[in-house]
Design a protein around this ligand. Structure first.
Ligand SMILES: Cc1cc2nc3c(=O)[nH]c(=O)nc-3n(C[C@H](O)[C@H](O)[C@H](O)COP(=O)(O)OP(=O)(O)OC[C@H]3O[C@@H](n4cnc5c(N)ncnc54)[C@H](O)[C@@H]3O)c2cc1C
Length: 315
C-alpha cells in the first residue's frame, strides 16, 4: 500500500472509530505461539452486536480486514499486518435444554474449550472432544476443528454469518462445505465473519461426559508437548500422519533460532522463547522439502499465514 493510501486509510478509520482504534499493536500476545509483528490497526469487539457494527462499518468504508480469535491457528509474520485486524472477544453463550433436546448458541469470540466444558458439566454430550482445543468458536467453525474422531462439521447446526458487504444470514452446516480442517470460510479469507454458532447436544450424565473428557485429556498429555505452539502444523495426508512423516525424515528436534520441531511430536513446532515467524517458516520449508524428497508426499499447512510476508501478502 502506498503511503498516501495508508494515510487516507488511517484518517477514515480514525473518523469512524475514534479512540477505539488502536494503532501499531503487537500481535504476538494475541497468538498461542507468541509470535508476530504489529497490526497497523486493531479493533477489539466485546459483543456480537459490536462485532456486526464494526464489520459493516469497515466494509462500508471499503476497508478489508481479517478476524483474529484465539490466534492459535495463524502464523503472524514478523513484519505484521498492513491493515486492520478485528480481535473478537464477544463471548456470550446460551444453552437451550428441553425434555427432548439440547443445544448451545455461542458467540464467535467465546472460548470453544470452555463452551465444551460447560456442556460437559451439565451432562450434555457432543462436544467432549473439544474441551481441550484452544481458540474461539469462530476459529473452530472456520477451520472445522476436530479431535478424537469428532469435529465441528458433526455438531454444528447453523452459523450466523455476516458476508461482505452487508448480508447477514443463518447458514445451515451444509453451506459451510466442510471437509477435513477446512470450510468455505477458510477457503475465502476476509469474505465473511462468523457472528455465532449453534451446536446440537445430547442429554447424557455428568459422569459419562466427564469421563470422556478425562480420557481425551490424558491422551493429549501423553502424546502432545507443552509449550507455545499451534497444535498440528500440517494436515495429515490421506492414510498417513504428518508427524510420522516428519519424524521418519529425521527432523524431530530440529531447531531454527528458537523455533523447534518438537522432540515429542514432530507435527508440533514450538517457540522455545523469542522465535521469529521467519524461524518458524524456515522450519516449515525444511520439513516440507525433506518429506517431499524422501517420500514424494506434499505436506499441506493446517495453520494459516497472516500479515506481510516477502513471498506473498496474505492480509
Ligand atoms: C496446543 C494446541 C492444540 C491444538 N489442538 C487442536 C486440535 O486438537 N484440533 C484442532 O482442530 N485444532 C487444534 N489446534 C489449533 C487451533 O486451536 C484451532 O485451529 C482453533 O479452532 C483456532 O481457533 P482460533 O480462535 O485460535 O482461530 P485464529 O487462529 O484466531 O483464526 C484462525 C482463522 O479463522 C479466522 N477467524 C477467526 N475467527 C473468525 C470469525 N469470527 N469469523 C471469521 N473468521 C474468523 C481467522 O481470520 C483465521 O483465518 C491446537 C492449537 C494449539 C495451540
Amino acid at each position: 500500500m502506498s503511503s498516501v493510501a495508508q494515510a487516507e486509510l488511517r484518517q477514515s478509520l480514525r473518523e469512524a472509530f475514534g479512540p477505539r482504534l488502536r494503532e501499531g499493536v503487537p500481535l504476538a500476545p494475541y497468538t498461542s505461539a507468541r509470535i508476530g509483528g504489529p497490526a497497523d490497526f486493531l479493533l477489539s469487539v466485546r459483543s456480537g452486536s459490536e462485532l456486526e457494527t464494526v464489520c459493516r462499518t469497515l466494509w462500508g468504508l471499503g476497508v478489508e480486514f481479517r478476524m483474529l480469535g484465539g490466534g492459535s491457528n495463524v502464523l503472524v509474520s514478523d513484519a505484521g499486518v498492513r491493515g486492520v485486524i478485528v480481535l473478537n472477544q464477544a463471548k456470550d453463550a446460551d444453552f437451550a435444554i428441553t425434555d427432548q433436546q439440547a443445544s448451545v448458541t455461542a458467540e464467535a469470540g467465546a472460548s470453544f474449550g470452555s463452551i465444551a466444558r460447560r456442556a460437559v458439566d451439565q451432562g450434555l454430550s457432543g462436544l467432549e472432544w473439544a474441551a481441550t482445543i484452544p481458540g474461539t468458536v469462530g476459529g473452530a467453525i472456520v477451520g472445522n476443528a476436530g479431535a478424537f474422531g469428532g469435529d465441528v462439521s458433526q455438531v454444528l447446526k447453523v452459523a450466523d454469518i455476516l458476508q461482505r458487504p452487508d448480508r447477514r444470514e443463518q447458514w445451515p452446516v451444509e453451506r459451510l462445505e466442510y471437509s477435513y480442517r477446512t470450510s468455505w470460510l477458510k477457503r475465502h479469507p476476509g469474505e465473511a465473519v462468523v457472528l455465532s454458532g449453534t451446536f446440537g447436544l445430547q442429554k447424557a450424565t455428568q459422569d459419562a461426559t466427564r469421563a470422556r473428557v478425562a480420557e481425551f485429556g490424558a491422551k493429549r498429555q501423553q502424546t502432545q508437548p507443552p509449550g507455545a505452539s499451534w497444535g498440528s502444523m500440517f494436515m495429515n495426508p490421506p492414510g498417513d500422519h504428518a508427524g510420522r512423516l516428519i519424524e521418519a525424515a529425521g527432523l524431530k528436534g530440529t531447531r531454527q533460532g528458537a523455533a523447534e520441531i518438537s522432540t515429542r511430536h514432530a507435527n508440533f513446532f514450538i517457540n522455545r522463547g523469542g522465535a521469529t515467524a521467519a524461524d518458524v517458516w524456515a522450519l516449515i520449508e525444511k520439513a516440507r522439502q525433506e518429506v517431499r524428497r524422501q517420500t514424494g508426499i506434499e505436506l499441506e499447512l493446517e495453520i494459516e499465514r497472516l500479515g506481510e510476508w516477502n513471498v506473498s501478502r496474505i492480509a
